[in-house]
Write a protein that binds this ligand. Structure first.
Ligand code: CA
Length: 232
């Protein structure tokens, strides 16, 4: 990951509505972030490749490309960078699809810029924390939390920001059930943007990486009607 010095973390805003883009840029610069903005998906992908970013804010409806496609392309080259998707729609299917193509979080318009900035700060506090226990073992998978990597059967796969957060939470409570509500509260915050489906979606993705057979999970076990339990 390309991490700028903590005082000048770099945020890429891909948003074609000028008022929102300008409002975001002003608020982010006020917070001492370095903000780059573009109204086009293709240009955003190019900017990220050429100059890097510590976090991406991505609008779903762009004039040249669908935000889902932009997200997928970003994920293919930047598996870890946190992506927050902005959507004008509130349909659950869009949110689920966004998470499926690799977005970490979504915000439904209209949104409070102050709340979004608070969420970005919370993500950075967790993303760039150090001196935490770095490596956890789950079954045959060795998970390097700070490197956002998982090694299983000599294959290394990248973990996204929220996938690592989910592993951390389940691992802290290994052997005990953790409810969906608690996962939502601890990982997505109390702002209420996540849903139970978001949690399930992340579990599905994590199982594919951790489990020998994701269809018959032995490590991230469903506790029916409650949530999940990690079995080491
Ligand atoms: Ca738009």
């Amino acid at each position: 990951m390309t991490a700028a010095p903590s005082s000048r973390r770099r945020i890429l805003v891909i948003e074609d509505e000028p008022d929102i883009a300008r409002g975001l840029r002003d608020a982010l610069e006020f917070e001492q972030f370095e903000a780059a903005t573009t109204g086009f998906g293709r240009e955003g992908i190019k900017l990220l490749r050429e100059r890097g970013a510590d976090l991406v804010i991505l609008d779903l409806m762009l004039p040249d490309m669908n935000g889902f496609a932009v997200c997928e392309e970003i994920r293919s080259t930047h598996p870890v960078v946190p992506i927050i998707m902005l959507t004008a729609r509130s349909q659950e299917t869009d949110k689920i699809r966004g998470l499926e193509v690799g977005a970490d979080d979504y915000v439904t318009k209209p949104f409070s810029i102050g709340e979004l900035v608070a969420r970005i700060n919370a993500i950075f506090r967790r993303l760039f924390r150090t001196n935490q226990d770095d490596v956890v073992q789950v079954g045959a998978a060795t998970i390097h939390l700070n490197k956002h990597e998982l090694v299983r059967n000599k294959k290394t796969v990248a973990l996204s920001f929220y996938e690592v957060e989910l592993v951390r939470l389940l691992h802290e409570r290994a052997g005990q059930p953790v409810t969906r509500e608690e996962i939502l509260d601890k990982i997505w915050g109390v702002t209420g943007h996540g849903s139970s489906r978001s949690v399930d979606n992340f579990v599905v993705k994590l199982r594919k990486k951790i489990e020998e057979n994701a269809a018959k999970p032995r490590h991230i076990v469903t506790i029916y009607g409650t949530g999940y339990k990690l079995v080491l």
